[in-house]
Design a protein around this ligand. Structure first.
Ligand code: TXA
Ligand code: MG
Length: 311
């Protein structure tokens, strides 16, 4: 184990905050069993206290100990996708304090795959509460440098595990009620989930549990951004012209100063999405036009983040 990981585990044990890599995005971690540590976490994030936070574990056995009445479906999904970019919302057990569940009777648990996250979880030995390591409402960080830029000294230590491989936050499935509900799309798509589960997954209902990713305009760049259907891109560029940045699949248009070409497949696109939006945000443009991706299930995670970034 590296000296940095050992130090990070010690900081967590005495109630401090550490930034660490996961395969989805970087997290800001705190001891999930300490009310004071979690309060410090919410203060650093500037996050309202009634928003629940995901608790991370080294393995499924520990994760399920924080839940009760774990349904067969949860075990199937865990078996197939953990460690990995999936969060399960389950009924909470007595181990989970109200301060990590936002006062709800459910808890979000995840077993991340990133080797540094795994090392840290093993060294720490318990649950690590970790939202994405950005301030509330800002873009999620996918590098250690993003975390330092966003949170400054609020993270005592930031472990550097390189750029996040998935690039968008975990898929969240709620199994705390009847059936399974997709609360947040991500790298693991609905068809993959349904195949592992052997059952259909419902869309989010209006009365689903609160989750801050569900707030409009949550994953937002500061520059006004708009999602444009491919066939309207050319007309929009002609109309706006001045200081416009474009995120597109097609070749650069010479009328546009700042053109970023994105991969035509969803995994590569997701991996670069937040770093690209940060770059565009720093480019000093007046607006951002984003060519809309296809309406297929594989693109649902990317589409969800783009819709939020442009609402
Ligand atoms: O990929 C990820 O999930 C990253 C990495 C660090 O693990 N974490 C992350 O955390 O995205 P955060 O806090 O930024 O977003 C967690 C989402 C929020 O929308 C939160 O409200 C929801 O999960 N959530 C957590 N516990 C929940 C619960 N009990 N019921 C419903 N939603 C819950
Ligand atoms: Mg977040």
């Amino acid at each position: 184990m590296s000296a940095d990981v050992r130090r990070a585990a010690e900081i967590l044990k005495r109630g401090g905050l550490v930034g660490f890599p996961t395969e989805t995005v970087y997290g800001l971690g705190a001891d999930a069993s300490s009310k004071e540590a979690v309060a410090r976490l919410y203060a650093a994030k500037r996050r309202p206290a009634d928003h629940p936070v995901i608790v991370h574990f080294a393995d499924a056995r520990q994760a399920f100990a924080w839940a009760r009445d774990v349904p067969e479906g949860a075990r199937k999904l865990a078996e197939k996708f953990w460690p990995g970019p999936l969060t399960l919302v389950l009924k909470k057990s007595r181990k989970a304090g109200d301060f990590v569940t936002g006062g709800q009777d459910t808890i979000g648990v995840r077993v991340p795959a990133h080797p540094v996250a795994q090392e840290l979880l093993k060294a720490f030995g318990g649950g690590i509460a970790a939202p994405s390591a950005n301030r509330f409402g800002q873009l999620s960080p996918t590098t250690a440098a993003h975390v330092r830029a966003d949170l400054g000294k609020d993270a005592e230590l930031v472990l550097d595990g390189g750029p996040s491989e998935v690039g968008i936050e975990s898929t969240i499935v709620d199994l705390s009620g009847e059936g399974a509900v997709l609360l947040r799309p991500g790298r693991i798509s609905r068809p993959e989930l349904e195949q592992a589960l052997g059952a259909l997954i419902q869309e989010k209902r209006a009365d689903s549990p609160r989750h801050s990713g569900g707030l409009e305009r949550h994953y937002a760049p500061k520059t006004p951004a708009r999602l444009v259907p491919p066939h309207e891109l050319d007309r929009e560029i002609t109309r706006l012209r001045d200081k416009v940045a474009v995120l597109a699949f097609s070749r650069p248009d010479e009328r546009v100063d700042y053109w970023l070409r994105m991969p035509r497949e969803p995994l590569g696109y997701a991996q670069r999405l937040y770093a690209t939006l940060r770059e565009l945000d720093g480019a000093g443009c007046e607006s951002i036009l984003i060519e809309a991706p296809p309406e297929t299930p594989e693109w649902a995670g990317v589409r969800d983040r783009l819709v939020r970034a442009t609402t």
